[in-house]
Write a protein that binds this ligand. Structure first.
Ligand SMILES: Nc1ncnc2c1ncn2[C@@H]1O[C@H](COP(=O)(O)OP(=O)(O)O)[C@@H](O)[C@H]1O
Ligand SMILES: [Mg+2]
Length: 353
C-alpha cells in the first residue's frame, strides 16, 4: 500500500520540527528516512502512524493508497511499528509476545486459537527463531529480540511497517547481519516499509529509495545510487559519505588550487567537493596540477586502503583506494605526495564542513 505525506508541518511551541514535508512511498518499497539526530525523522513517523498531530495548514494530509486517513483512529490505520528499544513484554515468551496483538482481539475480529498458533509459528519461522518460542526476552540476544519485535509488528498483518532505528542499539556486526536479513525478508513479503536511520551505510544498503532529511526539511529524495552519485547539495554529499573540500579556480578547464587557503571575494574562486575514492596520489607533480600534501596515516586493515594527509595549511585530506592501486607506490607516513582530484562537484550555495 502506498503512503503519501503532503504539506506536513509540525511545531512544538515555537520550534518547527518539520516544515512542509512532502513524500511518497510507493507500494511495496522499502524507503529509508535518513538524517542526523534531531532532523525530525521520529516525529514524521509518529505523524504517519497517527500518534502525533500536525499543523492543519492548507493541503496538509496523510494518504494511504490515495485515501486520506486523517481523523481515522490509530487502530484503523493498521500500522506495524518497531522501535529502537525493543519494547517486549518481559513476562511473556517469544510466542506470547508475537501472539499478543491477536489474543487481545474481541468481537468479530476474534481469532480461533488454532489460527493464532498457525500464524505465530509461521512468523517465528519467517524471522528465523524456530525452536526459541518458549524463551523469555532476557534469554535472547539483542538481535533476536529485535526479530521478535518485528514478528510482533507483523502479526496484526499491518498495511505497512514503520521501523524507527530498529537496529540502533545493537553492535556493528549484528546490525550488518540484521540489515541483510531484513532486506531479504522484505523482498519476500514486499510489505511497504519506512525505515528510519541516521546511518548512511545502512540506508544505502537497505533501501529502494532514500529520503535525506535535515533540520525538518527533505533535502533530497531518490534511489541510493542517485543520492550518492548526484547529491543535490553539499549537505547531502557530506552526509552520505566522507568528502573533501578544496578551494581553487578553474582556468582553461583545469583546477588551480588556492594553496594559501585564503578565502577571497574573488568571484572566480570555487569550492570543489571530492569523495575520498576519487582522488589520485602521485609522487611527482605532473603539469603542476596537483596539491602538495604529506601522508599522516596509512590504514591497510580492511577491504580498501585508507590514507590521511595534510596539506601545507594543515588541512586534512582523506583518500581511499584499492589495495592494488596502493601497491603501486606504497606510500608511507611522512611521504610527500601530490593530490589530484579525478572527479569533483561544485555546489553554488554556502556550506561549511
Ligand atoms: N514532544 C516534543 N516536544 C518538544 N520538542 C520535541 C518533541 N519531540 C521532538 N521534539 C524536537 O523535534 C526535533 C526533531 O525530533 P525527532 O523527530 O525525534 O528527530 P530524529 O528522530 O530525527 O532524531 C528535535 O529537535 C526534538 O528535540
Ligand atoms: Mg528519532
Amino acid at each position: 500500500m502506498s503512503v503519501e505525506v503532503r504539506n506536513i508541518t509540525k511545531r512544538f511551541g515555537n520550534f518547527t520540527a518539520l516544515e512542509n514535508i512532502n513524500m511518497l512511498v510507493p507500494d511495496g518499497d522499502l524507503v529509508a528516512l535518513l538524517g542526523p539526530s534531531g532532523s525530525g525523522k521520529t516525529t514524521l513517523l509518529r505523524i504517519i502512524a497517527g500518534l502525533e498531530s500536525f499543523e492543519p495548514v492548507d493541503g496538509a494530509d496523510i494518504l494511504f493508497k490515495g485515501t486520506s486517513v486523517v481523523g481515522n483512529r490509530i487502530a484503523e490505520r493498521r500500522v506495524g511499528f518497531v522501535f529502537q528499544h525493543y519494547a517486549l513484554f518481559r513476562h511473556h515468551t517469544v510466542y506470547g509476545n508475537i501472539a499478543f496483538g491477536l489474543k487481545v482481539r474481541h468481537g468479530k475480529n476474534r481469532m480461533p486459537r488454532k489460527e493464532i498458533r498457525e500464524r505465530v509459528m509461521n512468523l517465528i519461522h519467517l524471522v528465523q527463531l524456530d525452536g526459541l518460542e518458549s524463551r523469555y526476552p532476557d534469554q535472547l540476544s539483542g538481535g533476536q529480540r529485535q526479530r521478535v519485535a518485528l514478528a510482533r509488528a507483523l502479526a496484526i498483518e499491518p498495511r505497512f511497517l514503520l521501523l524507527d532505528e530498529p537496529f540502533g542499539a545493537l553492535d556493528a556486526r549484528v546490525r550488518q547481519n540484521l540489515r541483510r536479513w531484513l532486506r531479504r525478508m522484505h523482498d519476500e513479503i514486499k510489505l511497504t516499509s519506512i525505515f528510519v536511520t541516521h546511518d548512511q551505510e545502512e540506508a544505502l544498503e537497505l533501501a529502494d529509495r532514500v529520503v535525506v532529511m535535515n533540520k525538518g526539511h527533505v533535502e533530497q529524495e531518490g534511489t541510493p545510487t542517485e543520492v550518492f552519485h548526484n547529491p543535490k547539495n553539499a549537505f547531502v554529499m557530506d552526509f552520505l559519505g566522507n568528502v573533501n573540500l578544496f578551494h581553487g579556480r578553474i582556468e582553461s578547464g583545469r583546477i588551480l588550487f588556492d594553496q594559501t587557503e585564503i578565502v577571497t571575494n574573488d568571484n572566480n574562486q570555487t569550492r570543489f567537493f571530492v569523495r575520498p575514492h576519487e582522488i589520485e596520489l602521485l609522487p611527482e607533480n605532473i603539469d603542476n596540477a596537483g596539491l602538495p600534501a604529506k601522508i599522516s596515516r596509512v590504514q591497510l586493515a580492511g577491504s580498501i586502503a585508507k590514507i590521511e594527509l595534510t596539506d601545507n595549511n594543515n588541512k586534512e585530506i582523506f583518500v581511499e583506494m584499492s589495495h592494488d592501486k596502493y601497491s603501486v607506490y606504497k606510500f608511507q607516513n611522512g611521504d610527500s605526495v601530490f593530490v589530484l582530484p579525478k572527479n569533483s562537484i561544485v555546489f553554488p550555495e554556502d556550506y561549511s564542513i
